[in-house]
Write a protein that binds this ligand. Structure first.
Ligand SMILES: C[S@@+](CC[C@H](N)C(=O)[O-])C[C@H]1O[C@@H](n2cnc3c(N)ncnc32)[C@H](O)[C@@H]1O
Length: 393
């Protein structure tokens, strides 16, 4: 049963909101929900914010072979950047990056729909040990962790597909939990939320569409104990100063009994590190080049992504893997949205990502500088990856 107009409350139906501003995103979400509903054999009523309802209604109608039971989906999205602000930030970042020395582009722009999908593919590459190692570790510690902390709120920075988050939710199925993912990619968050809501009846989701470096103070007031998650080694994408600033803001989210769980990739054999960022199937190469496609689309650029080689190497002095895009031949690129022409010389690099690697002795002071103390350090037997549990100092 799908209601696409009028007040649902008037009809006596307990319905909450499905968020999502963009019609396209709403329509995709509609299809995911419809599939989920068919799989569960139960009906859905979906109410979207504003105009999205109109986009969702017909899609769900087509799939509405179900009509009896209503699942009230608890999803709300908070948007803290309007389109104008998002665009200004993008323009400033790209202008600054492409006129800097060396040239660079901030890694958050990898993650449009294509980039998020490519990242999911990267996590399945045999060379990319990070995700599977972190998943195994998290699975092992989740029951004790969730019992000891007993969080009412799970806040997750850079949540992406939230697949690993399920391991924590599985360990707290019997209690209401509010999940608050923060990510720049709204479409991935919506998809993840719709799947989670179908699978965890006591879950509610308040998604924060925004930048975790700028919008953490918008995390809604706590309902109880908080566990803040920062998985996937995403913290390693931040240089030391912005990393310290971010950790300080994370610290501000924590009351004495709250905890912060962060996934850290560890320093290890260089060949293992470099292979993880240059898989044989070329998925990471496509992910890296996708940032040029994002600039082309968003800012009317004419980069030829295939003219740029993907280069990834470990910079030992800085403890980081660096990803660059490097053309063989000189490139002249016009970025119409910035009224700018960019010249990239042959073999000149555009630096797209840093992935810092840690040790326990580098992680502890990093946390301390932000007012956090290391409460537990979980590593896999190969010492490839660590989950660090931190508490307010
Ligand atoms: C490396 S992926 C990790 C995804 C997931 N946490 C995991 O462990 O598989 C990084 C995620 O962070 C998001 N992201 C990157 N920079 C961000 C920023 N500045 N603010 C919010 N989200 C960001 C991306 O959209 C992406 O979903």
């Amino acid at each position: 049963m799908v209601a696409s107009g009028g007040s649902l409350e008037e009809k006596g139906l307990a319905v909450e909101e499905i968020g999502g501003r963009a019609r396209g995103a709403g329509a995709r979400l509609g299809r995911v929900l419809a599939r989920t509903a068919r799989r569960c054999g139960r009906g859905l009523i979906v109410v979207a914010e504003g105009t999205t309802l109109t986009a969702l209604g017909p899609i769900l109608d087509r799939h509405a072979h179900f009509s009896q039971e209503v699942i009230a989906i608890r999803y709300r999205a908070h948007h803290y950047t309007d389109e104008g602000e998002r665009r200004r930030t993008l323009e400033d970042d790209v202008r600054r990056g492409l006129t800097g020395r060396p040239k660079s582009l901030p890694p958050k722009y990898f993650y449009d729909i294509t980039g998020s999908k490519l990242f999911e593919d990267i996590t399945e590459q045999p060379e990319y040990y990070l995700t599977r190692t972190e998943r195994t570790l998290l699975g092992a510690i989740a029951p004790d962790l969730m019992r000891e902390i007993g969080p009412r709120d799970l806040v997750e920075l850079g949540a992406g597909s939230a697949l690993k988050t399920r391991l924590l939710l599985d360990a707290r199925r019997d209690r209401p939990v509010r999940y608050m993912p923060i990510d720049v990619d709204e479409s991935m968050m919506q998809m993840a939320a719709s799947r989670l809501l179908a699978d965890y009846p006591l879950l509610s989701v308040e998604a924060i569409v925004g930048d975790f470096e700028h919008h953490l103070h918008h995390v809604p007031a706590p309902l109880g104990r908080r566990l803040v998650l920062f998985l996937g080694s995403t913290i390693g994408n931040l240089d030391p100063l912005p990393r310290r600033n971010l950790l300080t803001r994370v610290r501000a989210l924590l009351a004495p009994e709250d905890r912060f769980l962060v996934g850290l990739d560890l320093v290890k054999d260089v060949a293992v590190l470099e292979a993880a960022y240059d898989d044989a199937s070329g998925v990471t190469r496509e992910f890296n080049r996708n940032i040029l496609a994002v600039v082309n689309r968003e800012l009317d650029g004419n980069f030829m992504p295939e003219a740029f080689a993907h280069v990834a190497f470990y910079n030992e002095a800085a403890s980081r893997v660096e990803m660059h895009l490097v053309p063989d031949a000189p490139q002249e690129i016009h970025v119409g949205g910035l009224s700018m022409t960019v010249r990239v010389a042959a073999r000149e690099n555009i630096w797209t990502e840093s992935c810092y690697k840690f040790t326990r002795s580098s992680a502890e002071p990093m946390l301390e500088e932000a007012g956090l103390r290391l409460a537990a350090w979980h590593v896999d037997p190969d010492q490839y990856f660590a989950l660090a549990l931190a508490a307010p100092a």
